[in-house]
Design a protein around this ligand. Structure first.
Ligand SMILES: Cc1cc2nc3c(=O)[nH]c(=O)nc-3n(C[C@H](O)[C@H](O)[C@H](O)COP(=O)(O)OP(=O)(O)OC[C@H]3O[C@@H](n4cnc5c(N)ncnc54)[C@H](O)[C@@H]3O)c2cc1C
Length: 392
């Protein structure tokens, strides 16, 4: 892969809206991605492996629990800083951002929000430092968009819970030390349980042959009569609203992350178009390529403003699930369209691993599907504005 020459576009001077802290956090993440992700990511994506060597660096830039209070090892930052970190990491690779999102919003967030003090103290500092890696088990073989139908269940055996079932498409599962698993009790009520690697009957087979998110490890979670200690249940919230609360936080991060992937594609295409000479002039001087590039920067700018405003609402505790859905849906679609256009600007070179665009494009096929598909987010907006849920 070529040297990382990335220069972030900021067409509407959005930097002026950021605090000094936001810029410091963002710049530290940006430098780290240039130094530690860009030089190695293509090789890991090609061999379909997660680069475990970057776990320490992710922890250092505050990517594990950016908004979790410092007393539990988190970075104690606001929601805009969290978004900016996700943007910078996804500028490097959506798979790496996925690992950080899962750790922060799908593992640390439920333990912090729904867990008790003993659980927070036991798990959060180790998750923040990367000593423990976590995963989140909601999706099942028969229940993706409709997790309320989940079949994974646990039974109260007096001194422990007995967990049975299976989860599919779980990011980080092959190497995770702990899993936050959503399961129904005998009354059909959903709870989160913390399952630790090494518990008898718990296995995590890896899912192979992905053409997308190749630098992120994905797998299953299989529970065959797993005895889960009673102290591992998250009692702070029950019902589907508990995992959906985690998804709100992760989807918010994705709305920012997708901007990073789009920025990288735009920046690469712009540089290439200025350098590539055809018919005696740079292709950037042709109207057709300018149309592509002008539309890209317009869409990136709109997405930046959407994410920034959502960040303000999130800081004030006012962002709704439907607002988050709109931003996730819009920004991921924006990024995937830009990746496809940018790929074309590079002609044949666009399909090679010399440049990041094709990897971003393939990664975004997962990002547009996970954490609620593109269709489901549209239905969430539809239900919100009309009052009629059209899911069934
Ligand atoms: C790489 C990757 C990583 C993932 N990581 C995790 C993870 O860490 N943890 C986790 O729990 N899950 C994870 N997922 C799962 C992901 O969230 C699901 O794939 C997603 O929710 C969609 O579920 P599904 O794949 O079963 O598709 P389905 O729900 O079967 O949907 C198939 C199609 O039908 C459409 N559809 C479904 N219902 C409706 C409806 N009512 N109206 C109209 N259209 C509809 C969908 O939009 C989609 O196009 C991951 C997925 C991938 C690909």
């Amino acid at each position: 892969m070529r040297p990382d020459l990335f220069e972030a576009p900021d067409y509407y001077n959005i930097d002026d809206l950021l605090s000094e802290e936001h810029k410091l956090v963002r710049d530290a993440a940006r430098q780290w991605v240039k130094r530690s992700v860009s030089p190695i990511i293509e090789e890991y994506a090609q061999k379909a492996e997660f680069p475990t060597e970057i776990i320490g660096g992710l922890a250092e830039i505050g990517a594990f629990g950016p908004y979790i209070p410092e007393q539990y090892g988190g970075a104690g930052l606001d929601q805009i800083s969290y978004g900016l970190i996700m943007q910078e990491i996804e500028r490097g690779d959506s798979g790496v951002r996925s690992t950080a999102s899962v750790q922060s919003s799908l593992v640390m967030y439920p333990i912090y929000t729904y867990g008790n003090e003993a659980q927070r103290k036991k798990y959060l500092p180790k998750l923040a430092s990367g000593e423990f890696m976590g995963c989140f088990g909601l999706t099942e073989p028969n229940h993706g968009s409709n997790p309320s139908g989940m079949e994974t269940k646990y039974k109260d055996m007096g001194d422990h819970y007995l967990l049975n079932g299976a989860k599919l498409w779980i990011s980080n599962s092959p190497f995770a030390d702990i899993a936050v698993v959503w399961a129904k009790n005998e009354e059909g009520r959903i709870h989160g349980l913390i399952v630790e690697r090494g518990m008898e009957g718990f296995t995590t087979p890896e899912t192979h042959n992905k053409w997308s998110l190749r630098a992120s490890a994905t797998g299953e979670l299989i529970f065959d009569n797993v005895k889960v200690p009673k102290e591992n249940i998250l009692l702070g919230k029950t019902g589907l609203g508990a995992p959906l609360g985690c998804l709100d936080s992760a989807r918010y991060g994705i709305a920012w992350g997708a901007i990073g992937a789009a920025m990288d594609c735009y920046d690469t295409a712009l540089r290439y178009a200025k350098e590539r000479i055809q018919f005696g002039k740079p292709i950037a001087a042709t109207q057709l390529q300018q149309k592509k590039l002008a539309e890209m920067i317009t869409e990136i700018t709109k997405a930046q403003l959407l994410a920034f405003r959502l960040g303000q609402l999130k800081n004030e505790g006012r962002a709704t699930t439907a607002q988050i859905s709109m931003a996730k849906r819009n920004n991921v679609e924006m990024a995937i369209k830009i990746a496809r256009e940018a790929r074309q600007v590079l002609g044949g070179m666009g399909i090679t691993g010399e440049y990041s665009i094709m990897r971003h494009m393939m990664n975004l096929e997962s990002v547009i599907t996970y954490e609620g598909t593109h269709d489901i987010h549209l239905l969430i907006t539809g239900a919100d504005i009309t009052g009629y849920p059209a899911f069934q």
